[in-house]
Ligand binder design. Structure first.
Ligand code: HSE
Length: 418
């Protein structure tokens, strides 16, 4: 039987995740993994570990021949990319939790793995404690993966829960998310959807073999959601969540985005509260499967890093099967979405851009409509995130191009227009 390799770790970062990992590793001696050095930015900060463990010199880790694993959990994406590059080129396996860095440098990271044949594992970079990357890599065949719908950002889910269920205001909720170690050091990344779309770019790669820069994926965050939207949702028996979604269309291409969405009571994602994340995968024959777990925080994130470290003992690597062994999928913006839009004044809404509008409420101070838009309109214009306009997708939002004519006819008939 193969004996497990001894892992000598160089750790970059001793913040929420780094310190969590240090503690978790102390409680798992059977792993045969030890941290030899930790590289930090600020030398004079008080740390809960022996001073001899720390250095501010990257080279003490990256060029130490005894260190065979670099674990990188810092939040400076540029510095993280440099560390990963040097580590792989120096023959060290890498475990990373830097979602922004990975999403923005996916082609280079793929290339380096090919060139060096070394593992680069990043389970903690998406949905923290939920083992979603390895499941997408190993379990779901390309052809059978119909759709994925997920809550991938813990902080925004925490804020929405605190605001709409516990009646805290936005700033109080955000402050709590920061204090509990869920939010990014720049919380705009959470609130405005950047963190979620970075994670989505990573998951699209493992799910469908798509290599796309996050800038090319349609997204926004929760910054425009109004209290009146929550009242409308409540009236209709719905929740509002920030949802990342991808679905294979009839032409074989993939529709993908990260946008606020109404979720029906009883949908598995409606049970995902606070900092938890959830992923619903729909695949041929198996139908729906639901993954649920903590998506942010010290120990949940450290547990994913720990699992990657453990996988290195048997030389586990991602094979990127969907990218290299199947025909990878392509993203498309050729589809429609059914949206709810609330606004202060009709002048902010380009009504002629809607394929059809099937409901409108124009009497109250805050007005809203429900209608169908081509996704290109949302990709090319920004009216839907300006002037306090709030756009929320309806519960089953994606309309295939091939279905639009029939659906439009049926909707106009129902409204008594034709
Ligand atoms: N800020 C991130 C979140 C941390 O709230 O989901 C976990 O990636």
């Amino acid at each position: 039987m193969e004996t497990h390799k001894k892992l000598t770790i160089g750790l970059f970062g001793f913040g929420v995740v780094g310190e969590g990992l240090y503690k978790v590793l102390q409680q798992t001696p059977s792993l045969n993994a030890c941290i030899k050095k930790v590289c930090i930015k600020q030398a004079n900060k008080e740390r809960n570990a022996p001073a001899s463990l720390f250095t501010t010199e990257k080279k003490d880790l990256l060029f130490d021949p005894e260190i065979n694993v670099i674990v990188e959990v810092i939040d400076d994406a540029d510095a993280a990319f440099e560390i990963v590059t040097i580590a792989l080129h120096n023959g060290k396996a890498v475990v990373s939790a830097s979602k922004k860095m990975i999403a923005e440098h996916l082609p280079e990271i793929l290339q380096m793995q090919k060139e060096t044949d070394l593992p680069f594992l990043c389970e903690a970079a998406a949905c923290a404690s939920i083992p979603v990357i390895r499941n997408l890599e190993e379990y779901y065949d390309n052809d059978l993966l119909h759709s994925i719908k997920a809550i991938v950002n813990g902080s925004t889910n925490f804020i929405l829960t605190k605001m709409f269920e516990d009646k805290l205001d936005f700033n109080e909720s955000l402050l709590l998310a920061k204090q509990l170690g869920f939010a990014e050091s720049n919380p705009k990344l959470d609130v405005e959807g950047y963190d979620a779309v970075n994670k989505w770019a990573i998951l699209l790669n493992h799910a469908y073999g798509i290599v796309e820069h996050p800038d090319n994926i349609l997204f926004t965050g929760i910054q425009n959601i109004q209290l009146t939207d929550a009242l409308v949702a409540k009236e209709k028996g719905l929740d509002i969540k920030l949802i990342a979604q991808a679905k294979k269309l009839k032409n074989g291409k993939v529709a993908a985005f990260v946008l606020p969405q109404f979720i029906q009571n009883g949908d598995p994602l409606s049970f995902v509260k606070n900092e938890y994340n959830g992923v619903v995968i729909e695949s041929g024959f198996a139908d729906k499967q639901f993954f649920y777990g903590k998506g942010a925080g010290s120990f949940p994130t450290a547990s994913a890093v720990l699992s990657d470290i453990s996988a290195l003992r048997y030389n586990y690597k991602y094979e990127y099967k969907k990218l290299y062994h199947h025909i990878p999928h392509e993203l498309t913006n050729e589809f429609y979405v059914k949206v709810y839009v609330s606004f202060d004044d009709w002048k902010f809404i380009p009504r002629d851009k809607f394929e059809w509008i099937e409901e409108w409420h124009a009497v109250a101070e805050r007005k809203y409509l429900i209608g169908v838009l081509p996704v290109q309109e949302l990709k090319q214009h920004t009216w839907w995130k300006e002037n306090q306009t709030s756009l929320i997708l309806t519960a089953d939002p994606i309309i295939d191009n091939l279905d639009i004519i029939n659906l439009k006819k049926r909707s106009l008939e129902l409204a008594g227009i034709i």
